[in-house]
Write a protein that binds this ligand. Structure first.
Ligand code: CP
Length: 325
């Protein structure tokens, strides 16, 4: 039996049709059920994934590596210092070599202005599927796991529900802008009414904003932007408050932190959760900056689904690899 998605790269959700993304979700649910029942599901027996990490990772690294083991294959955990890219070997040449030795390549490279280009250069020369484990612009693996979680929590009845992605305060380091981009692109395609809240310095890329607006228009949902966290939380069904870097100052870390320092009040706290719909869920891709982005009361509280969300990174990574590798 042929695998229709075999060999497909997964660099953004934009390049996959809605039917293809539905297939990915179905594959992920199927593998989740098998994992829970302890049923064997060695769909990638003897296959190899090469994972290239330019940054730290807990969820992404372990979802792909554990996922490959559970699917009967093996994942190599590679960092630039283990590869000749550190001596200037190009993305293209690295892809030519690795794709002759295995069955999939996955890359995390969030370097501003470089990460997505690097992954696309790998994909151009790879004979095997290339998966984006987060770049400077997109985090498609996070967004698809989040959509899976939202569907589970609302029993698949998500059309017209208010999804809020809000900037939050977190001065410890500058987070990539890729999660909010991927969230507004995907959730507007799947019928959620999306509200984006951010202070003026923390706008998203205009081209991504335009695509999210077009998605909402095409799908009959809403996309609005506000600069007030309280207004955003009002009657929300899903709140997704997280920090991200400042677009214009992204390459200049110190300047970006100075902008972050202006908004210590942008915190997910209980007062704000009380503004939401009684059924609401609190989401965060993690790691969360406790006490800055969110209070312990909220992240550990009754509305929080962050551990289910993190677990779904495993099932969706496996769904993706099983379909494409
Ligand atoms: N959410 C996420 O991608 O987590 P890691 O950075 O730990 O992979």
């Amino acid at each position: 039996m042929s695998k229709p998605m075999q060999g497909r790269h997964f660099i953004t959700t934009r390049e996959w049709s809605t039917d293809e993304l539905e297939l990915l979700l179905q594959s992920s649910w199927d593998l989740k059920r098998k994992f829970y029942r302890d049923e064997p599901h060695a769909l990638l027996r003897d296959k190899t994934l090469f994972m290239m990490f330019y940054e730290q990772s807990t969820r992404t690294r372990n979802s792909f590596e554990a996922g490959m083991t559970q699917l009967g294959g093996h994942a190599h955990d590679l960092t630039p210092d283990k590869l000749q890219v550190s001596h200037g070997e190009t993305a293209e040449d690295t892809a030519r070599v690795l794709s002759r030795m295995g069955h999939g390549i996955s890359v995390r490279n969030c370097n501003w202005g470089q990460g997505n280009n690097f992954i696309r250069s790998v994909a151009e020369m790879s004979r095997v599927p290339v998966m984006n484990m987060q770049c400077d612009v997109y985090h498609p693996c996070q967004a698809i796991a989040d959509l899976m979680t939202i569907r589970e929590k609302f029993n698949n009845e998500i059309r017209g529900r208010k999804f809020v992605i809000s900037w939050t305060y977190a001065p410890s380091y500058v987070r990539p802008i890729s999660v909010p981009h991927s969230e507004i692109l995907l959730m507007t395609r799947f019928g959620l009414d999306v509200t984006l809240a951010n202070p003026p310095e923390f706008k998203l890329k205009p081209e991504i904003m335009a695509q999210a607006e077009a998605n909402a228009k095409a799908g009959g949902s809403k996309f609005e932007v506000v600069d007030d966290m309280d207004a955003a939380f009002e009657d929300a069904h899903i709140v997704y408050p997280k920090s991200w870097g400042c677009l214009v100052h992204e390459p200049d870390r110190e300047a970006a932190v100075k902008h972050i320092e202006k908004y210590p009040g942008w915190v997910a706290n209980q007062e704000r959760m009380d503004l939401t719909n009684p059924e609401s869920i609190y989401m965060h891709p993690l790691p969360a900056s406790r006490g800055a982005e969110v209070t312990d009361e909220v992240i550990d509280g009754a509305h929080s689904v962050v551990w289910d969300q993190a677990e779904n990174r495993l099932h969706t990574a496996k769904g993706l690899m099983a379909l494409t590798m």
